[in-house]
Design a protein around this ligand. Structure first.
Ligand code: ADP
Ligand code: MG
Length: 376
C-alpha cells in the first residue's frame, strides 16, 4: 500500500504544472463507406487512447483522451459524455464540439439519426431525467439555436424563417454579440425558449435543425460550411440561483480549400470556416498554456463562446476522422488540430526553483517506491 501511495503522489507530481485540466479530446473514426477504395488497407489503426496513421510518406502517432473506433455506438460515445453533463448541472459552462472533415460523422455524432440518437437529444433527455430525480434542487431549462455562416449569426428558432440566398445573409441575419457586466456573453435578440418537458424540447430542437437546412435557396449543403450551435441554459434554483450554459456544437467541415477546387462563394465560405476553426484552435491552445491573452476576438464563433471555454468551464472536442486512404491528408490535419488542443504546458515554463523542488521530491518518491518494491 505504501508503494501505491508513493506512486500515486509521484504521478500527481509529474502532472503538476501540466494542467491537463478541463479540455478533453476524443477521436471518433467513421465506418468505411462502400464506395471508398476498399481494396487498400486503412492507414488508420487505433488503440483506446492512440491513433496511428501510416501511409506512403506518412507515419504518425497521436494521443487523445479516448478513441471510438468504427464499431462504436452512439451509446458508447454518450457514456463518456455523461460526466461532463454533470458538470453543466453543477453550474459549470460546458462546450461539446464536433470537429472534422465533411462526411466524417459530426452531424451523426451530435444529432444522430432516427433510432440512433446523437449527443444532443440524449443530453436533453439526461437533463430532464436528472432534474426529476434530484430532490435537493429544482431546475429549469431553455434552448436556443444559431447558425454561424460567413461570419454572420442566424437565429434558428426565430418565429419566422425567411428564405435566404447566401449573398443576402450578411444583411438579413446579423445578430450582435454583447458582453454583459459579469463577464457573460449574450447574443442580442437570440430566441431563447423555455422548455418544461422533454417532448417540447425535442420539438424545438427538430425545428431548429429544419430551419438550418430548409431556409437556404440555390445552394447545396450550406451545413458543411456553417457552424450550428445549440445552447441549453440550465438554471438551478436553490438558496441561490445558478445559471450555466451547455453548448452543443456541430462545426463546419475542416477540409482545406485546395483539394475541393473551390472558387467564388464556396471559396469565401471555406475561408470563413477555416478562419474560425483556426481561431478556435488558437483560443484553446492559449487556454491550455494559461496565456494571459486569449484571442477570443478573432472570430464570431470564439466571441460567442468566450465565457464557456476558459476558467471554470469544461470543453470536450470530438475529432472525427475517416478510415479511408483517400482522406489520409485530412485525417493527419484533423489529428494535428486535436494534438494542439491537447498539448500541455512544457516543463520550460515552470520557474527554476520550483523545478528543483519538484525534482527533489520526485527523487524521494522514486526511492520510496523502490524501497517498497524491495521489501516485497
Ligand atoms: P458530417 O456532418 O461530418 O459532414 P455526417 O454526420 O453527415 O458527416 O456523416 C456522413 C454520413 O455517414 C451520414 O450518412 C451518416 O449517417 C454516416 N455516418 C457517419 N458516422 C457514422 C457512424 N459512426 N456510424 C454510422 N454511420 C455514420
Ligand atoms: Mg454535418
Amino acid at each position: 500500500r505504501r508503494r501505491r501511495e508513493a506512486l500515486d503522489k509521484l504521478i500527481d507530481l509529474k502532472e503538476l504544472g501540466q494542467n491537463s485540466g478541463s479540455i478533453r479530446v476524443f477521436c471518433r473514426v467513421r465506418p468505411l463507406v462502400q464506395t471508398n477504395n476498399v481494396k487498400t488497407k486503412s492507414p488508420v489503426t487505433v488503440e483506446q487512447e492512440k491513433i496511428a496513421v501510416k501511409s506512403v510518406g506518412i507515419k504518425k502517432e497521436f494521443s487523445v483522451d479516448r478513441v471510438f473506433d468504427q464499431e462504436s455506438t452512439q451509446e458508447d460515445v454518450f457514456q463518456e459524455v455523461k460526466p461532463i453533463l454533470r458538470s453543466a448541472l453543477d453550474g459549470h459552462n460546458v462546450c461539446i464540439l464536433a470537429y472534422g472533415q465533411t462526411g466524417t460523422g459530426k452531424t451523426y455524432t451530435m444529432e444522430g439519426t432516427d433510432g440512433k440518437l446523437g449527443i444532443v437529444p440524449r443530453a436533453i433527455q439526461e437533463l430532464f431525467s436528472h432534474a426529476s430525480e434530484d430532490s435537493s434542487s429544482t431546475y429549469s431549462f431553455s434552448i436556443s439555436m444559431l447558425e454561424v455562416y460567413l461570419g454572420s449569426l442566424r437565429d434558428l428558432l426565430a418565429p419566422r424563417q425567411p428564405l435566404f440566398r447566401p449573398t443576402e445573409c450578411s444583411t438579413a441575419c446579423n445578430l450582435s454579440i454583447l458582453a454583459t457586466k459579469n463577464g457573460a456573453v449574450e447574443v442580442e435578440g437570440l430566441t431563447d425558449v423555455s422548455i418544461t418537458e422533454l417532448k417540447k424540447a425535442n420539438q424545438w430542437y427538430c425545428r431548429g435543425r429544419r430551419a438550418r437546412s430548409t431556409s437556404w435557396t440555390n445552394v447545396n449543403d450550406v451545413s458543411s460550411r456553417s457552424h450550428c450551435l445549440t445552447r441549453i441554459t440550465i438554471r438551478r434554483h436553490g438558496a441561490t440561483e445558478e445559471v450555466s450554459k451547455l453548448w452543443l456544437i456541430d462545426l463546419g467541415g475542416s477540409e482545406r480549400l485546395l483539394k475541393t477546387g473551390a472558387s467564388g462563394l464556396t471559396m469565401d465560405e471555406g475561408k470563413a470556416i477555416n478562419l474560425s476553426l483556426s481561431a478556435l484552435g488558437d483560443v484553446i491552445a492559449a487556454l491550455r498554456r494559461k496565456r494571459s491573452h486569449v484571442p477570443y476576438r478573432n472570430s464570431k464563433l470564439t466571441q460567442i463562446l468566450s465565457d464557456s471555454l476558459g476558467d471554470g468551464s469544461k470543453v470536450l472536442m470530438v475529432v472525427h476522422i475517416s478510415p479511408s486512404e483517400d482522406d489520409v491528408g485530412e485525417t493527419v490535419c484533423s489529428l494535428s488540430f486535436a494534438k494542439r488542443a491537447r498539448s500541455i504546458e512544457s516543463n520550460r515554463d515552470i520557474p527554476e526553483d520550483l523545478k528543483m523542488l519538484k525534482q527533489k521530491r520526485i527523487t524521494e518518491l522514486d526511492k520510496e517506491v523502490c524501497d517498497a518494491d524491495e521489501e516485497l
